[in-house]
Design a protein around this ligand. Sequence first.
Ligand SMILES: [Zn+2]
Ligand SMILES: [Zn+2]
Length: 155
Amino acid sequence: MIIPEAQVPGKWQIRFIHLARHWSQYMTCDRARVGAVIVRDKRVIASGYGGAPSGSVTCDDEGHAMFNNHCVRTVHAEMNAIAQAARYGPSIDGCDLYCTLMPCWNCAKMIAASGIANVYYLEEYHPEEWDFYKQLYDGLSTKFIRLVDTLEIRQ
Ligand SMILES: [Zn+2]
Ligand SMILES: [Zn+2]
């Protein structure tokens, strides 16, 4: 569900958003720069940034793979963080996920399906499509919480 009021981030939330932003700079598709970390008990247990699946060619190398106005080559940062957990084993049930950008609908579904309890994000994703998507996000058990982009977060 969408939490309507944006939250002012606390000390730990600022740290995790900083980590997500750190990873975002390594994204290999320059149409966006997104990073994500998955947290349990104030510890990062998985992280990711947007890019081609491990071992395949990247947009930076070969150009974008455009279809219907989207670049479809990349695994999104949130999905890569979930994939990292799947590869190495920690359960992410009940965890928090921090992301620089609000998860798209495909990522949101996977986030809910993998048991993530709360998503904290900074920027809205395609707000012009919100009239359609809001009720779908509201139907998920995961809480989606926007963090206010304070001066501390921008440092
Ligand atoms: Zn691309
Ligand atoms: Zn996504």
